[in-house]
Write a protein that binds this ligand. Structure first.
Ligand SMILES: CCCC(=O)OC[C@@H](COP(=O)(O)O[C@@H]1[C@H](O)[C@H](OP(=O)(O)O)[C@@H](O)[C@H](O)[C@H]1O)OC(=O)CCC
Length: 529
């Protein structure tokens, strides 16, 4: 890496703009004079004074850039830029009008922070660092199925989607009941939203109960004729569990939303048509509710915290209510599969947001492998990236349109739920909190190819495994940084059942309040006199 000033450039990173005499308007310690640099990967500010105070943010983590003040602004620091970031902070810089540095910085930000809009490549395709391991090899679907003893007499790995022809938001390889034919699968696919048919996520190593995942049925408004093919398919899933006498369909949504989806041809399975099947609604709200909740949470956390009203303000964001309802959904699934030995089919509307949260969390509780660093990397590749969670759309990678209502912090919520479980079982995980925060930092940085695009099919088309570095490559070259010193695997081979009660949940302040220094209690007037 070439160092330029204090900026240690990455391989492939080049400075695109340098602005001197810029003032960083720090909300905590006040204005700081220094030099602002924009590269094709990040924004870097270095204060003139000592110790070298720096502010840095990957351009992918910026979702909005606003100009402050105009050429007529006369106030101190009234002319500059405000950057809104996806990592819970905003950065304000004041520029001098005369040297036109704001125009230069603004123009370069528009090009390099929003490559999808400026049709530039993501920096991940320019990043040329070499590593001695390849994180793209961590997840091999057939190896992971083999670990679950699949294929076997109950489950087959079908190649019907090898060219993404059945469902282009699903992985090329997935497992379905051994008794069904590819013809059956094609029929079932016409009955599921976006052809996202029920397929295997995890099978219990001892009692053969399974977790399968899907999108909602194209049930439409009640009164449509029954759906024999779908009902037969559910029977096939039921029969994969030798002792299985029942199947539970866990619909992640509030029932009112499932009903509303009927108006658009969606809906849910009519229980009476599916023998030995129970339908449960888990009451998790949709992506719009979660986006709004995080917006409120950022408002009360940054830049200032109203300490007197903190708990009221936190409650009014409902953020922890949603963490609780997601966690309790995952506990219900783990309980059904492990204690009751009943197979569960998980779905929601599209089957790529709430369904991913639930299957991944339930598998984390059920299978200690996913609580290792390698296992967790496999879990994310399997239940999130390969099953088509739309990372680019949900996080707006490289997209200038910050108001897009398809954006939503669904994956952040999942990592928050994982953090909650690590707090209740501090010795059950190989990874530490720094690992989780690093995953979130690179969810938005666009330095790695792991979270780019919206599906396995798109990532294959863009050849990310050859042209970009995997986040797991970076992580796995510095594992000691991410290991939990308290990890005691031999004591935690059992299923974890976290308590999803409000009194046991905490706000993850090391993430949401990471930029506010530990606020010194304000000295009272009499103490000062
Ligand atoms: C008359 C028109 C009815 C109508 O628009 O139905 C559409 C639903 C939208 O369905 P919802 O489930 O409420 O919301 C959907 C889910 O959040 C889904 O994620 P997931 O993978 O977790 O399912 C997202 O992918 C969709 O973009 C989003 O629209 O809207 C509602 O149900 C809102 C009711 C409060």
């Amino acid at each position: 890496t070439i160092s330029q000033g204090d900026l240690k450039l990455l391989d492939g990173e080049k400075v695109q703009a340098t602005a001197k005499e810029v003032t960083y308007l720090c909300p905590f310690s006040g204005p700081v004079h220094g030099i602002l640099q924009i590269t094709n990967y990040r924004l870097h500010f270095k204060a003139d004074d000592d110790p070298p105070f720096t502010v840095e943010v990957p351009l992918g983590t910026i979702y909005r850039v606003e100009k402050i003040g105009g050429t007529t602004s006369r106030g101190e620091n009234a002319y500059g830029l405000e950057l809104y970031c996806k990592d819970m902070r905003n950065l304000r810089f004041a520029h001098k009008q005369e040297n036109h540095s704001r125009r230069l910085v603004y123009d370069k930000l528009m090009i390099y922070a929003f490559p999808a809009t400026s049709s530039k490549p993501f920096f991940a395709f320019t990043y040329k660092e070499r590593f001695d391991n390849n994180g793209w090899d961590i997840y091999d679907p057939e190896k992971e199925f083999q670990r679950q003893n699949v294929p076997n007499e109950c489950w087959q790995i079908t190649r019907i989607n090898e060219k993404y022809e059945l469902c282009d938001t699903y992985p090329a390889l997935f497992a379905v009941p051994a008794s069904v034919s590819d013809e059956d699968l094609k029929k079932v696919a016409t009955l599921r939203s976006r052809e996202r048919i029920p397929v295997l996520s995890w099978v219990h190593p001892k009692n053969s109960a399974s977790i399968t995942r899907a999108s909602q049925p194209n049930a439409g408004l009640v009164g449509k004729t029954r759906n024999k093919d779908d009902e037969k398919y559910f029977q096939a899933i039921l029969e994969t569990n030798a002792r299985g006498h029942k199947l539970i369909i866990m619909d992640a949504r509030p029932k009112i939303n499932a009903l509303a989806n009927q108006a658009k041809g969606g809906g849910y399975e009519m229980q009476e048509n599916y023998q030995n099947t129970e339908l449960v609604f888990l009451d998790i709200a949709n992506i719009h509710v979660m986006r709004e909740s995080l917006r409120k949470l950022k408002d009360i956390c940054y830049p200032t915290i109203d300490d007197v009203h903190w708990l009221t303000n936190l409650e009014n964001t409902h953020w922890l209510d949603y963490i609780k309802v997601i966690l309790s959904g995952a506990v219900k699934i783990a309980d059904a599969v492990d204690r009751c030995r009943i197979s569960v089919v998980v779905h929601c509307s599209d089957g790529w947001d709430r369904t991913s949260q639930l299957t991944a969390l339930a598998m984390l509780l059920l299978d200690p492998y996913y609580r290792t660093i390698e296992g967790f990397e496999v879990l994310i590749e399997k239940e999130w990236t390969s099953f088509g969670h739309k990372f680019q759309q949900r996080y707006g990678h490289g997209d200038k349109n910050h108001a897009d209502d398809q954006r939503s912090p669904v994956f952040l919520q999942f990592i928050d739920c994982v953090w909650q479980v690590t707090k209740q079982f501090p010795c059950a995980f190989e990874f530490n909190e720094h690992f989780l925060i690093t995953v979130l930092d690179h969810l938005t940085s666009c330095l790695f190819g792991t979270f780019l695009y919206n599906s396995e099919c798109q990532r294959a088309k863009e050849d990310v495994k050859v042209k970009t570095v995997s986040l797991w490559t970076y992580i796995n070259t510095r594992l000691t940084e991410f290991k939990n010193p308290l990890y005691a695997p031999h004591l935690h081979q059992h299923v974890l059942f976290p308590v999803a009660s409000m009194r046991r949940l905490d706000l993850w302040t090391r993430y949401y309040i990471r930029w506010n220094p530990t606020m010194q209690p304000q000295e009272s007037e009499e103490q000062r006199s």
